[in-house]
Design a binder for this molecule. Structure first.
Ligand code: 13P
Length: 341
């Protein structure tokens, strides 16, 4: 394992005031997001959309890394520069989603496990050659009356650990992502309970698989009440529950925790990130690895038209700047209203 490469990547990804743009939507996911806006999901449209994101001026001010999808890492920008080269040229680290999606876990009604370990050892060096320096694998944990089951959590923890071990072997920093879904009417307390148990199981598997905790990042959601829960939680309450859960289950050897947005709207995601990052003395660095909470306003402004590229890039930049402030605990309502130029 080349630990120098892993170390350099970790340092670059966790640079102060910066975070990760998750732009690794799979074909079905980008298709769904485009469809909601009446945009056709063709290869050219996906390329033009990602080109808009990745050529946004001053993106690197607050973005340290971009997670790409397999199609994008092989595509060129509209000006003919391979996307990973375009990103790296701006001082942003290219990364790649390497899982092949979550599917039904047989025998476990309503639960999922993630495909993609077969052939992974051969795919990873190819991604490194294409310019990727980190990888991502997403596991899905749903909260229901009788779920998650220990069988589902164990299967996902094992796959995450094998993925992480294989990535480190290839000189790629693994972003280990167990996502606890926001769907459902569970309370904040129940989410905390499930997230704590799931994270403990994931770290037990990572340790058993001899993954170097120093050379990985944890990506997961904040502790939140389910989207259908009647009892809403305040920003301070969410930050407190999230940090209590993480300090109880994420080893201090892990260099960074990067949050997904998981269906929160953009402004609340930033407010909550800010509240979490205001807390000093945490054992790991904390930043964002948002998909929707960074991209949504930009995608809406873009509407599939080259005429809207500049407006869309401004919308993206604004979210990047606001989240960059949040990571330093300096985000304010005034900053939200000040449009980035
Ligand atoms: P969201 O921030 O939209 O949840 O996406 C992040 C991600 O990478 C999901 O796997």
């Amino acid at each position: 394992m080349n630990t120098d490469t892993l170390e350099r990547t970790i340092q670059a990804l966790l640079a102060p005031g910066r975070g990760i743009l998750a732009a690794d939507e799979s074909f079905p996911t980008i298709g769904k997001r485009f469809e909601e806006l009446g945009i056709e999901s063709t290869e050219e449209n996906r390329r033009a959309y990602r080109d808009m994101l990745l050529t946004a001026p001053r993106l690197s001010g607050n973005i340290s890394g971009v997670i790409l999808f397999d199609e994008t890492i092989r595509q060129e920008s509209l000006e003919g520069i391979p996307f990973p080269k375009l990103i790296a040229g701006q001082g942003i680290v290219p990364g790649i989603k390497v899982d092949e999606g979550a599917v039904a876990l047989p025998g476990f009604e309503g639960e999922k496990f993630t495909l993609g370990l077969d052939g992974l050892r051969d795919r990873l060096p190819a991604y490194f050659k294409l310019g990727a320096r980190f990888t991502k694998w997403r596991a899905v944990i749903s909260i229901g009356e009788d779920t998650p089951s220990s069988g589902c959590v164990a299967a996902n923890a094992r796959s995450l650990a094998l993925f992480a071990a294989l990535s480190q072997e290839a000189g790629l920093v693994p972003i280990v992502e167990p996502e606890i879904m926001m769907d459902g009417d569970h309370t904040l307390g129940r989410c905390e309970e499930v997230a704590t148990a799931a994270l403990r199981a994931v770290f037990a598997a990572l340790v058993e698989q001899r993954v170097a905790l120093e050379h990985m990042l944890l990506k997961t959601g904040m502790v939140l009440p389910g989207a259908g829960c009647r009892k809403k939680a305040g920003v301070a309450e969410i930050a407190e529950a999230t940090l209590r859960c993480f300090t109880r289950s994420v080893p201090a050897a892990v260099p960074g925790v990067v949050f997904l947005s998981g269906g929160q709207s953009d402004v609340p995601a930033t407010e909550r990130l800010n509240a979490i990052c205001k807390v000093t003395g945490l054992p790991w660095k904390v930043t964002f690895s948002f998909g929707r909470a960074l991209q949504d306003p930009a995608m809406k402004a873009w509407e599939g038209s080259s005429r809207n590229v500049s407006a869309a890039q401004k919308a993206l930049l604004h979210r990047a700047v606001c989240n960059g402030l949040a990571v330093r605990g300096r985000y304010t309502a005034k900053a939200e209203k000040t449009r980035s130029r």
